[in-house]
Design a protein around this ligand. Structure first.
Ligand SMILES: [Zn+2]
Length: 556
């Protein structure tokens, strides 16, 4: 087991990281705030927990593999792991495991002169000879720490022979050797190498994680920063802490140029620095689309083009809006973390206006539109055509509204400053909304279809049909039938066909004929009589005296 007793002295003070900017010896932020413990690694909680657990139990294999996009902290994490592995007095405080910071190994690591930690960039040392050199070094025992640690960056770049040479050692490495590999392309690493390593995938950092991190660093650097500015930096950093930090470096320089005493990082300056437009232009555009205002959409897009913004970039922003809104509609709010108040308000407000089916349509059309714009000889024109369609589609009723019969009202869509197109949604055909009733049977089928069970019973048992014409029904009621039946029938007919019907009541008399139920019963009686008289039945009765015909069924 590792010695885990806490020690009093330590290189790291409880106050954590340095908070005062050094004048002459100013180091770039990414370097200055490089994590010195796993607890300082930002946004990789799962990885940190896994490694800490493994270290606590001293259950570590000989190989480790870190994968993830560039600038995400693979090398930093690999070096940290090397430091932890080599510390002679790893200590445990509040459940966290930490290097002591004072042993020979820790001091050498801090000074970046650790003789037992050997780094190799496989991108520039791809050959088998380079690997052989490393494998040679495996024979020597560690000098300062507990292990010889080999960090091989971009391991997927190794040649096949180099991989094979490495694999032999990886299968049966000496006790005092550890390998840490890092790669941006895990799929290019031999599966046999991957399977011999403890593998960690580093996550791309979300603005929700990066913005508070950048804010923290600004506080330590005693620099004020607009949250929206930090969001822009985090977004431009593309999920990489290192890239976001180097952008923050630039933004700080810019802010200090403007005011030496009271530097403040502002969204507008950062936007200019990054070559971005004010977010408001994107808001205006998206709003115009949601309102079905093609004119305003195209005009805003044209002014964006005037600012030199690529149409594909604008489409990307629109897609992001649609995605955020859809998430909000289904109750997922995590995407809003790390956003500026303004952005949050905008999205929450729009989420109340937009319907989910409309957002779905917009998403699909943006995906398709993207292809068109990419292929087009004049991307901006193609983009404007997409915008006109997007604005139109938001004015269409959703399937739900269509079902409820609430078709969209006549809508005027302004397509360009000079052309106006009037769009009248086609009226649903008469047939689809006002079904015709051909006869009394049709009426009963309609009653069944509408699940009017009671009315159905009355129609069958209490009503005698006299005449049936379009819009006119003459009936008679059997004695004892509810007297409001004609009125109820009339209401149903009006509701079902959409037109008014006359229902005329004729006084009941036996001469009018039977009700449908009676007619059916009579038919059944006749059939039974016929079947009973059939020669087969005569024969059956001879074999089975006393047999009675119960029911006659028509086979399909
Ligand atoms: Zn140590």
């Amino acid at each position: 087991m590792l010695p885990l007793e806490p020690t009093d002295s330590g290189l790291f003070s409880p106050s954590d990281l340095p908070t005062v900017r050094q004048g002459e010896g100013y180091r770039v932020l990414a370097r200055k705030y490089r994590p010195r413990r796993f607890s300082q690694v930002v946004g990789q909680n799962i990885l940190v927990r896994l490694i800490s657990q493994a270290l606590k139990r001293d259950r570590l294999g000989h190989g480790f593999l870190f994968s993830g996009m560039r600038g995400i902290g693979k090398t930093t994490t690999a070096r940290l792991l090397a430091c932890y592995l080599n510390c002679l007095n790893l200590r445990q405080t509040e459940g966290e495991i930490e290097p002591c910071g004072v042993c020979d190994s820790c001091r050498a690591f801090e000074a970046e002169k650790h003789i037992d930690i050997i780094e190799m960039d496989a991108a520039s040392h791809t050959g088998v000879d380079d690997i052989r050199e490393i494998l040679e070094a495996c024979r020597y025992r560690p000098v300062l720490g507990r292990y010889k640690v080999f960090i091989i960056d971009e391991v997927h770049m190794l040649s096949k022979n180099a991989f094979n040479a490495l694999l032999k050692t990886l299968e049966e490495p000496p006790e005092h050797v550890k390998f840490i590999f890092a790669t941006t392309e895990i799929q290019k690493v031999l599966p046999t190498v991957v399977s011999r390593c403890l593998r960690f995938d580093l996550k791309r950092l979300d603005p929700a994680v990066l913005v508070p991190y950048l804010q923290d660093i600004c506080t330590k650097e005693t620099i004020k920063a607009d949250p929206e500015a930090l969001l822009l930096l985090a977004q431009a950093g593309g999920g990489s802490a290192r890239d976001s930090l180097s952008l923050l470096d630039q933004a700080i320089l810019l802010a200090e140029q403007q005011s030496q005493e009271n530097p403040c990082i502002q969204a507008q300056d950062v936007g200019q620095m990054l070559g971005l437009l004010d977010r408001k232009a994107f808001h205006t555009l998206f709003e115009a689309i949601l309102q079905g205002d093609a004119k305003a959409s195209v005009e805003t897009a044209q002014s964006l083009e005037g600012e030199g913004i690529d149409p594909l970039r604008v489409m990307e922003e629109l897609s992001t809006f649609v995605h955020h809104l859809s998430c909000l509609k289904v109750g997922v709010k995590e995407g809003l973390l790390g956003m500026s108040v303004e952005e949050k308000n905008f999205l929450e407000h729009k989420a109340q206006q937009a319907e989910l089916p409309t957002l779905g349509r917009l998403w699909q059309m943006l995906l398709k539109g993207r292809e068109e714009v990419e292929r087009a000889a004049f991307p901006q024109r193609a983009f404007e055509m997409v915008l006109v369609r997007l604005a139109y589609v938001t004015t269409l009723p959703t399937p739900d509204q269509l079902l409820k019969g609430a078709a969209s009202p006549k809508k005027e869509i302004a397509v360009s400053p000079t052309i106006q197109i009037k769009l009248t949604p086609p009226l649903p055909s008469q047939a689809s909304f006002s079904p015709l009733l051909q006869d009394f049977k049709g009426l009963i089928e309609a009653v069944i279809a509408k699940r009017e069970g009671l009315l159905q019973t009355h129609l069958l048992q209490d009503i005698v049909l006299v005449t049936f014409e379009q819009g006119r029904l003459e009936i008679s009621l059997k004695p004892g039938a509810p007297t409001d039946l004609p009125k109820r029938l009339q209401a149903f007919l009006k509701d079902y066909t959409g037109t008014s019907w006359k229902v005329i009541l004729v006084p009941f008399s036996e001469n009018l004929g039977p009700t449908l139920s009676e007619k059916k019963a009579e038919q059944e009686r006749l059939i039974k009589e016929k079947v009973n008289a059939h020669p087969i039945l005569e024969k059956a009765r001879a074999f089975f005296p006393g047999v009675v015909l119960e029911e006659v069924k028509t086979l399909p």
